[in-house]
Design a protein around this ligand. Sequence first.
Ligand code: CA
Length: 231
Amino acid sequence: MNKPLILVVEDDTAVRNLIVTTLETHDYRFQAAPTGETAIMEAASHNPDVILLDLGLPDMDGIDIIKKIRTWSKKPIIVISARSEDTDKIEALDAGADDYLTKPFSVEELLARLRVTFRRLNDSREEQVQNSVFQDGDLKIDYAGGCAFMKDKELHLTPIEYKLLCLLSKNVGKVLTHTYITKAIWGSAWDNDVASLRVFMATLRKKIEPNPSEPMYIQTHIGVGYRMLKV
Ligand code: CA
């Protein structure tokens, strides 16, 4: 397979150099863009496998770049930003970003996020081939049969719990915001939907997690949402 191509959108030269050097030494190809305008141009002309995106750029806000790119591309976008408020993360994830890394970040963490992103891409490719069964550790979901198993024992899930589990599994490795999940499950995103979501998440965890107080399958991102992990 060709080396993956990563578009690095960052106006800070020092940070950009750090990222591209890291990518280079880890066998990724890269392209760098210091502004929003060049980022959109590069994304459109080279169709990179992953986009690493700073939000504070001189000519445009990163959120608008995500929205623009999402009109034609589904390629993973990982935000790397100094904005650390939950509302910033939620805004970026809702706009279509796949993951969020807060500055200052460690190079190891960036590489780990990239590995997760590529694993997820490969999994969804494989899933399209096999497409009806999802396996993650001891958890198995038979999408076609509409049932789920833990250690080969069928789980007794309510329809909402099952929907929730499928939604998370189809986005394994990706943080889904409360709003995204409630819209997908209930078609709305009111405050009481988010409260219901917490309740269903707790009952779902009791059924799938070996130790619900230390979940291994579904990670909580406090104030943001949930992510299913590849175990
Ligand atoms: Ca910046």
